[in-house]
Design a protein around this ligand. Sequence first.
Ligand code: SF4
Ligand code: SF4
Length: 434
Amino acid sequence: MSEIRHSNGFHGIDIPSDDIITNCMHCGLCLPTCPTYALTGREKSSPRGRIRLIKSVAEGKLEMSNGFIDEMNFCLDCQACETACPAGVKYGSLVESARNQIRLQDKQSFGESVLKKFFLRNVLSNPRQLKFVARMLWIYQNLGVESILKKLGIARLLTPKLARLQEISPRIDPQFFDEQHPEVIRPTGTVKHRVGFLSGCVMNVAFSQINEDTIKVLLHHSCEVIIPKQQVCCGSLQAHNGDFDVARELAKKNIDIFSEYELDAIIMNSAGCGAMMKEYGHYLQDDAEYLTKAKLIASKVKDISEFLFDIGLKPATDAFRHKVTYHDACHLVHSQKISAQPRSLLKSISGLEYVELNEASWCCGSAGIYNVVRYEDSMKILERKMENIEIANAEYIVANNPGCLLQIEHGCRQHSVQSKVVHLSTLLKEVYQI
Ligand code: SF4
Ligand code: SF4
């Protein structure tokens, strides 16, 4: 990989060298792993095709056209191509840099620009704003407005997009996770591990129960859990959508806050957040003040499955006699290379019948806000996942990412699949009956 700096604004990103492009032409190993290539069969919608497009635009040989922008947005940033690539092409960084340029050159569509500027910059990045918007949404979802609009079919009639958004949106919690807990929670008995916990942005307001379950599992494993009150969103959605400035600011805040504590690990229960925090060193590589601290914090970040695998899962008192399968969240399997640990934990549970899901690491189509901004494509990608879920015929589908849980639940409703779609922490809470 060679770094090329060009006047058109692609500063500081690694553009694959001409040698890699030549190798790509003879290789193509990533193509069968790419959901958008599988959908279209088009070279330009494959990783190899997009790499060529990015290189051509970065070198000024191609305009940043609407077609180019569409290909960058069509990509799920699932990073399956990175796992497949024998040459180690860092595709995820390339596409994120391209999206950053699209944003900087103000080439986004009006709708996307509003969504990204308003939602990612001003809402997710600011805990107070996020809570305000979440409370408004809770009122909409719970005081009859949503159900009246649904019954009358008004939302579908006026804005089909809004109606679809309702179907894939999380339900807002009546009480937010961070408002129910002190900063430090101690287990009964001896403390064996002292861990930090990222309560997240959307996780904090819409997935409180998964956070609760994760804390219970950690306490059950003799962990003292620190949940810093001043923590902020990890910055992953902003980074994946090319808003590096905001992502770096959020990263710095979290680095400062988590650095205040002596921690054995910082626990994540969302694959996207874990992948982002493990990359803090990468995003702050040019920041002399933060780089060392960023690397230290990143080295402590562990997905809950990774952490429990390392410390050893406690045996349960009673057998858990259920059939369970596991879906690999992209940002766990491809970004963090975590796939053996959750499977090993599940298989070690007494009584549990583990069934492997075909194409478990094929993206479900959720991909951050992809299912919001490209709903139709996202649903086509979900179809392939649902075919495999129906074959697995499991009572529980486990996934360690909130976006995957929502997307697969949506697929299960559409396909009348009765399986429970749960986070690993929720399953473990049931296993331990805690
Ligand atoms: S990140 Fe996923 S969707 Fe994008 S090119 Fe790679 S495999 Fe295809
Ligand atoms: S696997 Fe790597 S080297 Fe091969 S075509 Fe894809 S990006 Fe190029």
